[in-house]
Design a protein around this ligand. Structure first.
Ligand code: AMP
Length: 278
């Protein structure tokens, strides 16, 4: 496995890799969720490229950029074990050189949910992913269902900007108690870690209600709210029962839909989602 930092090094290394190339963009501090994307890419592609870049432009001013966890040696060992061929670890100066002033914006889909709570977040995401796509030029790119709105936004951008890249969305990998793997779980103390299982429990309760015939979207949102409000260490930011494609809030569930939420467990912000009506 080769590791490169500059664009020139990346381009040289890519020349030697046979296609199709599968690409796994990450912010590092890798866990089993990231590894599952790399393993899927390994199965489906001749070469696998991963990137590790904590993208400053997708963090808000009061978010956790400065303390975002990092462990490059461990990350590289995990990626090598997953069969990755090339890792790109650009510095902020490589991605955003002096004078940088070009941004990629997806409208509409970025308005609700995460977009409403994190102004500017998706503009940072789409701008960096567009740059990573241009630099790596993969045939396939792998994203996690854990970040459902991000996957929808990237799919839209890929279509709208004619990137010849297939977007593959992989299932959310969870701990044994249901908590979705996240680099941010590392911020949780033992009591918070226990309380954080309420995301999975509330989604499970709403899904069970759906499966026994509940189609009223507000009822499903209320089931999730009630579960979360019963957990004293957890503060609800939003719950949603939205159309899977448009992400618009529903009154009735009639087709493929997304149950999703964001909560604060202490100071740590966590998100999770389930798809229903598939
Ligand atoms: P991040 O490093 O948080 O930017 O995540 C990099 C990629 O890994 C994104 O496509 C995420 O959606 C995906 N990912 C993060 N957590 C999980 C998980 N628990 N299961 C599957 N994919 C995940």
């Amino acid at each position: 496995m080769q590791t490169v930092t500059t664009l020139a090094e990346l381009r040289l290394a890519l020349e030697r890799l046979p296609g199709p190339v599968g690409f796994v963009p990450t912010m590092g501090y890798l866990h089993a969720g990231h590894v599952s994307l790399a393993e899927r890419a390994r199965k489906e592609c001749a070469s696998v490229v991963a990137s590790i870049f904590v993208n400053p432009t997708q963090f808000g001013p009061n978010e956790d950029l400065a303390k975002y966890p990092r462990d490059l040696p461990r990350d590289l060992a995990l990626l090598e074990a997953a069969g990755v061929d090339l890792v790109w670890t650009p510095t902020p100066e490589v991605v955003y050189p002096p004078g940088f002033q070009t941004w990629v914006t997806v409208e509409g889909l970025t308005s609700p949910l995460e977009g409403a709570q994190r102004p500017g977040h998706f503009c940072g995401v789409t701008t960096v992913v567009a740059k990573l796509f241009n630099a790596v030029g993969p045939q396939k790119a792998y994203f996690g269902q854990k970040d459902a709105q991000q996957a929808a936004v990237i799919r839209r951008m890929t279509k709208d900007l004619d990137f010849p890249i297939e977007i593959v969305v992989c299932p959310t990998v969870r701990a044994a108690d249901g908590l979705a793997m996240s680099s941010r779980n590392t911020y949780l103390n033992p009591e918070e870690r226990q309380a954080a299982t309420v995301l999975f429990r509330s989604l499970t309760a709403a899904k069970a209600a759906y499966e026994t015939g509940e189609r009223d979207a507000e009822r499903l949102r209320q089931i999730m709210r009630d579960a979360i409000n019963a957990e004293p260490l957890v503060r609800l930011q939003y719950v949603s029962c939205a159309d899977y494609d448009t992400l618009e809030e529903l009154t009735q569930v009639t087709g493929k839909s997304l149950l999703s939420m964001a909560v604060f467990v202490g100071k740590t912000r966590l998100i999770d989602n389930f798809v229903i009506g598939e």
